[in-house]
Design a protein around this ligand. Sequence first.
Ligand code: HEC
Length: 90
Amino acid sequence: MKKLNYILGIIFSVFISVIALQSCTTSKAVITGKSGAQLWGENCVRCHNSPSPVDFTDEEWKTIGLHMQVRANLTKEETEKIIEFLSSAN
Ligand code: HEC
């Protein structure tokens, strides 16, 4: 019985470490993995059609980006990526 508990203990700790490691790698991928274009496509259509990069100048995108960061509840990093994408494609 003692031996069984020991084995179960090992299995349990391996299981927990795998879950802990996995959640680490997933959250990192979520933060760093998405490009500005992807974030733009996923977020800016939620309330209106995604505006085309050519619709506004770089300066205008900076202002609009900050405005929509609040509306879309995006992080500073996400907004910067979106603005960078929109400014590089107009
Ligand atoms: C939560 C809803 C919501 C999300 C998400 C959102 N917007 Fe908006 N957006 C609005 C509303 C409402 C308006 C119109 C009122 C205003 O101008 O403040 C607007 C207006 C705009 C305008 C101005 C249109 C014009 O002709 O002047 C642009 C450009 C724009 N959004 C870009 C974006 C971009 C880029 C994103 C993604 C980062 C985004 N929006 C995400 C709600 C949203």
